[in-house]
Design a protein. Structure first.
Length: 532
């Protein structure tokens, strides 16, 4: 009997006095993950197991719709949950809930997911049942820009749609983008002007990547030169402005002439801005050079825009422009490069031939010498170079095609004592260029598509005159927009009507039209026109 009582007491101690079997788990209350830049990424939401005496058991995962200031991530678009029933294993392995996060190209703030775990097992205690998971946006902030920086429209074109791009969509709210409008075309006021624009801002709708600025280009009876509307995007409260934030809308004119630039009156010996009573009604009192006095885009009524190598307008303070656009005449002009010294030798052909042969020997050869004139080839638009007037069209050459000058001693190294073009070691080399003639220069200019155009020409005399400033004391060509202008004569395409061996040119020293001998080389400045 005594032994039975002792055995029953021992059993009670083993079963009734020990703590019952149970499990204690919890989920991380706060976690952050970065949105993948591409594709998907699978992450683990750790489940902390502080005690497990009962073996395997199940947890139920529930997605909670949170309120307040939290931005809720969207299931399917932003993330996926692959398990809503999760089994906790009786092991020491890392355990947790699997979550798949999706990438997207939408710029958005951080988004949140709120999860809750629960269980029907009465022996499982959940110490932390909810977790807020933050998905940090990795998409770059969008930039706003124009897809093109130049657009040409005709006068009276009516409604014009100017497209604006957002680099990637944004989520949340519509964004208003302000802009400013400049240029020489007049904005309509009280029904009078060159174009109508109803607002100074536009809206990109949330989730969209494009919008438009709408303006109306109007007709007027005035015969005038080219005009421009320049729209500059300003920074909105969200996003940033991209590189192409300026568009120039060009309205070609009728190729009218610029004014003379003369702003000084004369009494025959002196010059003065004031009129001389004895010499009234002088040029200085009339025209654009008296009404358009702003000089930021050209002196004395001239209005120029700097153009880059692809044809895009540039700020007026830039010094690396490749061409210049005349806002009044709608003409594009070549901009020359700096001074280069061409080789000179009594036997020029032998000098160049020897230089090329020496440069093509092995570098370890005692007779190897590097070719010395690569810079002269590279800067083929130099102000120092000159060309022979040529026109093989008998209907246009005034009775003489002009001269061809000396050919290149070595065809693959196109250089003479008057000009040079890129050689065979350079990416822009062309075997089609045969000499230092105006036709060869035009051909090569168009081959390269300088400033985005392939219709460059030798200017007519009247065209070349339009950029001359005849004011006393001023440079005849505005050095801000036409740098590297040589003090020499510039050829025109216009042959002399009587002297068949001569063509008209403009002297950069005094701006006067003079005769140039077709058998001699002169400087060149090419032009292109909307209307030619």
């Amino acid at each position: 009997m005594k032994k039975t009582i002792i055995a029953m007491a021992a059993a009670l101690i083993l079963t009734g006095c020990n703590e019952p079997d149970e499990a204690k788990v919890g989920i991380e209350p706060s976690l952050e993950f970065t949105e993948p830049s591409d594709g998907i990424v699978e992450v683990l939401i750790p489940v902390k197991i502080t005690k497990n005496d009962i073996g395997d058991f199940n947890l139920t995962v529930k997605l909670i719709s949170q309120g307040g200031s939290l931005t809720q991530a969207t299931i399917g678009d932003d993330f996926e949950i692959n398990q809503y029933e999760y089994t906790i294993k009786n092991s020491d392995d890392e355990q947790g809930l699997k979550l798949v996060i999706h990438s997207d190209d939408i710029y958005e703030g951080s988004e949140n997911i709120q999860l809750e775990i629960s269980t029907d097992n009465e022996y499982v205690e959940i110490s932390e049942s909810t977790s807020i998971i933050t998905i940090i946006n990795s998409t770059q902030e969008p930039t706003i820009s124009f897809p093109t920086v130049r657009k040409t429209v005709t006068e009276g074109a009516g409604k014009v749609d100017i497209l604006v791009n957002l680099s990637n969509p944004a989520q949340g709210v519509d964004v208003e983008i302000p802009f400013t409008v400049t240029g020489i075309a007049a904005r309509e006021v009280d029904g009078v002007g060159d174009f109508y624009l109803s607002a100074d801002s536009f809206v990109i709708t949330a989730g969209e990547t494009t919008s438009s600025i709408y303006l109306e280009v109007k007709e007027d009876p005035i015969k005038e030169g080219g005009e421009s509307i320049i729209i500059t995007l300003e920074s909105p409260t969200s996003f940033s402005v991209g590189e192409n934030n300026v568009i120039s809308i060009l309205i070609p004119g009728e190729n009218t002439l610029n004014d003379t630039g003369v702003v000084l009156n004369s009494n025959g010996s002196l010059f003065d801005a004031a009129e001389y009573n004895d010499y009234p009604n002088q040029d200085a009192s009339y025209g654009l050079d008296t009404t358009e006095t702003d000089s930021f885009d050209g002196k004395s009524g001239f209005s120029f825009t700097k153009i880059d190598e692809a044809g895009n307008p540039m700020n007026s303070d830039r010094t690396d422009h490749r061409c210049t656009y005349d806002e009044r005449t709608s003409l594009f002009w070549e901009v020359k490069q700096g001074e280069e010294v061409l080789p000179f030798a009594l036997d020029f052909t032998k000098s160049i031939t020897d230089a090329v042969e020496a440069s093509e020997k092995p570098t370890d050869d005692s007779e190897y010498v590097p070719y010395p004139y690569h810079e002269q080839h590279r800067f083929w638009k130099s102000k120092s170079y000159s060309y022979y007037w040529t026109n093989t069209n008998p209907e246009e050459n005034g009775g003489s095609p002009g001269a061809t000058g000396a050919g290149f001693p070595v065809g693959s190294y196109p250089i003479t004592q008057t000009c040079a073009f890129p050689n065979i070691k350079m990416v822009n080399y062309s075997s089609d260029i045969k000499g230092c003639t105006s036709e060869d220069y035009v051909k090569y200019f168009n081959l390269l598509g300088v400033c985005g155009f392939k219709d460059w020409k030798l200017p007519k005399l009247d065209q070349l005159r339009t950029i001359v400033n005849y004011n006393e004391g001023d440079n005849k060509f505005d050095t801000k927009y036409f740098p590297n202008t040589a003090n020499t004569r510039y050829l025109s395409a216009t042959p002399h009507a009587d002297a068949t061996a001569a063509a008209w040119c403009i002297d950069a020293n005094d701006g006067l039209a003079k005769m140039c001998n077709k058998q001699l080389p002169y400087a060149i400045r090419l032009v292109r026109s909307f209307n030619d």
